[in-house]
Design a protein around this ligand. Structure first.
Ligand code: CTP
Length: 403
């Protein structure tokens, strides 16, 4: 997952024990170590005998920066007990890949190797990322084991459906390393928006002049996508109405693609029933061409005039509804941030508005913002957009009326 989406503090400093069992997806576990390290986790790998047949301990040691544990009888741990040393202080154990056999043994509470013993002796959450052939996944025994594990409070991540190493297509593929890292981030994020529904707009709008031309702006959509991801990680249902951007949809987010402001308005209104929060991050074009030519306009002379008409103000319209959700606006200004931003908050009758000075231009991965609400201004430190997004979510969760 891109830096701008990630909340860099969510996993930082957490001790995560990564159990790697013997499936071909073990090669992806190496990349997963990198992704978790990138988020600042302290990763300790417990490698099963089968796992070591696919990827060597040395690979995991080099990537994690920690010694790799393979043997239950390793005397180097505390009092000669590797499973105790490894599990001590762990914030979570993630088994990825979790083979059908590993899931079966975990479901039974077996403790016949280091990884299963560690899982049985743990006092932290256990997450598993299954990886196996489609038939093994669909077998009733595997499904029974998964139900047992879920009943024991184990969190099951995935699997994905797609092409498998054996050549078949179906469910059983391990989630990609970045998806798993993102799931760990979500796991550690406080569920401040649990049970809430959030609707967001993001990106630019595109107002067509003819089939090949239009009026738009260089908004990247990154801040809106980072916020959608942060809301999903905080436990809310998220509908993201997005203008044209080149960004992947964050995990747990329902995305509706639109082009023009009028389409964006229609989709926002369609998503609005039952919403608790509306966050307008999109850089909506203020004007659209009065008419759109159905055919490509040919050049005829030195000048061309395009008549523009005002677009509806989506945020103002939503905020003025009698059943308005909690509305959050954004304002990007090139000067007088405090005056303009607070002025817009009051003019649109918003309980909260996020302002940023356009000193960095549009499209960067970092942002410096000030939150405005009825109590005044609250500047946030310059940080990656994912981190800023989490702080915005925390602020809005504090202001949100109790459900
Ligand atoms: N907004 C909206 N619909 C519009 C215009 C803006 O929903 N047609 C939302 C934006 O998503 C953002 C806030 O309103 O949350 C920005 O308001 P505003 O500053 O009025 O938009 P600008 O077009 O930037 O205003 P101005 O050009 O006057 O600075």
């Amino acid at each position: 997952m891109q830096d701008y989406i990630n909340d860099i503090d969510g996993v930082r400093g957490r001790k995560i024990v990564l159990g790697v069992s013997g499936g071909i997806a073990a090669y992806k576990a190496a990349e997963l170590v990198r992704a978790l390290k990138h988020l600042g986790a302290d990763v300790h790998v417990a490698l099963t005998e089968g796992g070591a047949r696919f990827v060597s301990a040395l690979t995991f040691q080099a990537l994690s920066g920690n010694r790799v544990w393979t043997d239950l009888w390793d005397g180097k741990g505390d009092a000669g007990m590797a499973h105790i040393a490894l599990g001590r202080g762990a914030d979570a154990i993630l088994v990825a890949p979790a083979t059908a056999d590993t899931l079966a043994r975990l479901a039974q509470g077996r403790a016949d190797d280091l990884l299963t013993t560690l899982c049985l002796a743990r006092d932290c959450p256990l997450l598993v990322a299954p990886a196996m052939n489609r038939q093994m996944w669909e077998h009733p025994a595997t499904q029974r084991n998964l139900a047992t594990l879920a009943g024991d409070g184990v969190l099951v991540l995935g699997p994905a459906t797609g092409e498998q190493a054996c050549g078949e297509v179906g469910p059983g593929r391990m989630l990609e390393p970045e998806e798993l890292a993102d799931a760990m981030l979500a796991f550690f994020t406080p569920k401040l928006l649990a049970g809430r529904k959030v609707v967001l707009t993001a990106g630019p709008t595109f107002e067509a002049i003819d089939p090949v031309r239009g009026v738009t702006n260089p908004s990247s959509g990154k801040m809106g996508y980072a916020l959608a991801a942060a809301c999903a990680r905080a436990g809310s249902a998220v509908a993201l109405v997005s203008g044209p951007v080149a960004l992947p949809t964050p995990a747990g987010v329902r995305r509706v693609d639109v082009a023009s402001a009028l389409q964006m308005r229609d989709e926002v209104l369609a998503a609005l029933p039952d919403a608790d929060v509306f966050i307008a991050v999109a850089a909506v074009a203020d004007y659209r061409p009065a008419t759109t030519s159905p055919h490509k306009i040919k050049k005829t002379g030195e000048t061309m005039t395009v008549e523009l008409v005002a677009n509806p103000d989506i945020l103002a319209e939503v905020a003025a509804r009698p059943d308005a959700p909690f509305c959050v606006g954004f304002a990007a200004e090139s000067q007088n941030l405090d005056d303009y931003a607070e002025g817009k908050r009051q003019a649109k009758r918003l309980p909260m508005l996020v302002g940023n000075l356009l000193a960095d231009g549009l499209g960067g991965d970092d942002n410096t913002v000030v939150i405005y609400d009825a109590e005044g201004r609250h500047p946030l430190p310059r940080a990656p957009k994912g981190f800023v997004a989490r702080q915005i979510v925390e602020h809005l969760a504090r202001l949100l009326p109790q459900a």
